[in-house]
Design a protein around this ligand. Sequence first.
Ligand SMILES: NC(=O)c1ccc[n+]([C@@H]2O[C@H](COP(=O)([O-])OP(=O)(O)OC[C@H]3O[C@@H](n4cnc5c(N)ncnc54)[C@H](OP(=O)(O)O)[C@@H]3O)[C@@H](O)[C@H]2O)c1
Length: 286
Amino acid sequence: KMPLAPALSCPTVPLANGLKIPILGLGTSHSGGYCHDAVVYALTECGIRHIDTAKRYGCEEKLAKDIRESGIPRSDLWLTNKLWPLDYGYNAAKKAYLDSCTRVGVEYFDLYLMHWPGALQPGCSNREMRAETWRALEELYKEGVCRAIGVSNFLIHHLEQLKEDCSVVPHVNQVEYHPFQQPTDLIEYCRKEGIVFEGYSPLAKGEVLNDPTVLQIAQKYKRTPAQICIRWSIQNGIITIPKSTKKTRVQENCQVFGFQLEEADMAALGRLHDGRHVTWDPADVE
Ligand SMILES: NC(=O)c1ccc[n+]([C@@H]2O[C@H](COP(=O)([O-])OP(=O)(O)OC[C@H]3O[C@@H](n4cnc5c(N)ncnc54)[C@H](OP(=O)(O)O)[C@@H]3O)[C@@H](O)[C@H]2O)c1
């Protein structure tokens, strides 16, 4: 068996309950496909210890195999999974959690998120469905079956309603975040409420990599555009989970700790916001 690379010396972000989530993780979404080799490589050669997945991505069994093959002890990993809206509702949510554990071959997840603020069940308002589902997650958390719980794609109004309806404040809100999409009001709201903001699609699925400002900064630091975007997120203190199916890019996306972007370059990237979404936009979800 090949010797393991040491874990990345990767900073962590503290959650309200004291757990520490590695600021850099590996995405595994279905768009673009799942690559066994890339995931094993990230774990064994790049020191990645944080993996982001979801039932929706359809790769839980593959991920189970890759984690096993990596030989990394479960306790050294941070695993995030997500509950899909078809499984919303008190009983369905609890069952979905346990089924996901079985498929990934683990006894618990470090973080379990409600994937989307909209419900797909008829005859029930989104708000009611979110609250009922969240109560199931609160119980999984209080029983210690799950180490932290959170939401994804929730906007301020969704979070405000959840606060009125429920008791545990989400530990994390995972939202689209890259230079073109910087939801500053939401980030500020989360900070005030003690909700850790986590960014997804840090490369805007590749769209941001040809931006002239990003290219220029990449040249200045002799880094790649992807490294600049990931570094920018990390320097802003925002958890980031780039995904690649290619080993060389997985490696590249991990080389983001040996350098620092200057204030002026951070600001230039901060000015690239144009509001575009490359994934989905929850703005119209009641
Ligand atoms: N909660 C949610 O609703 C939600 C939504 C979207 C995503 N996510 C999570 O966030 C993760 C990341 O987001 P994402 O997969 O949407 O997009 P992303 O990480 O922004 O971009 C991935 C795309 O960029 C390419 N890429 C990766 N590294 C590269 C590099 N160094 N140079 C050039 N191209 C590169 C990949 O292609 P190759 O594979 O060909 O390298 C892929 O097409 C997902 O995998 C998922 O875990 C969550």
